[in-house]
Design a protein around this ligand. Structure first.
Ligand SMILES: [Zn+2]
Length: 110
């Protein structure tokens, strides 16, 4: 069983942004399911202690969302996160993921 915790500020987000945030989290889950339980545990440990690893994992997750057709919702989520980045919480995306500029660049190809 998985839980996706949403920052309460997401109640004020456009629905596309909510979809983008959920798509990102579901992608983490989906990618984790391709790993053995041992490798999944190793990945969690690496993510907790290695900022570069975590950043690359966040970028890979965003790219997976884009590959699955979720670029517009990911864009909406990232715009909303940028607007609210001064807030402390899970919405800050401080540990990586694609930047708004990078997602915008990808949008021009879709
Ligand atoms: Zn993530």
């Amino acid at each position: 069983m998985y839980w996706i915790h949403a920052d309460p500020i997401m109640m004020f987000a456009p629905i596309a942004a909510v979809e983008g945030g959920i798509a990102h989290e579901l992608s983490h889950i989906s990618m984790g399911q391709t790993l053995s339980p041992y490798k999944r545990e190793q990945e969690v440990k690496l993510s907790q202690k290695d900022l570069l690893y975590r950043t690359l994992d966040e970028i890979a997750t965003d790219l997976d969302v884009i590959r699955r057709g979720g670029i517009r919702s990911l864009y909406s989520f990232t715009v909303f996160a940028e607007k609210n980045k001064q807030r402390k919480g899970i919405l800050t995306r401080e540990d990586g993921g694609l930047s708004l500029k990078e997602i915008k660049g990808e949008l021009s190809h879709h």
